[in-house]
Design a protein around this ligand. Sequence first.
Ligand code: FES
Length: 107
Amino acid sequence: MEKQPLPEGTEATGPALTRTVEIELEGQQHQVEVNPEKTILEAGLDQELNMPYSCQSGLCTACRGRVIQGKVTMSEDAGLSEAELAEGYVLCCSAKPESDDVKIIIE
Ligand code: FES
């Protein structure tokens, strides 16, 4: 059976939800649906965004973006320094949205 999307305006909480992430890439805003099995990078690539990446394992930082709103968790952040983490940088290849209002700038 096909999954029904949440009705507009429904408050979505909990870890295993599809969330919409706003990604600013090359000065353009994109809305990306990220389902719980995908990282933000995988979801962006699925929607044919030209997101930068290389290793896809959290080491090279090619996929680095900066979270300007919302909450994101990372399964691997070894490529980022403490200072980068403190400034809100994330590695999109290992990042998943944890809130419904995530905005990320890929610089
Ligand atoms: S693609 Fe290498 S850290 Fe994400």
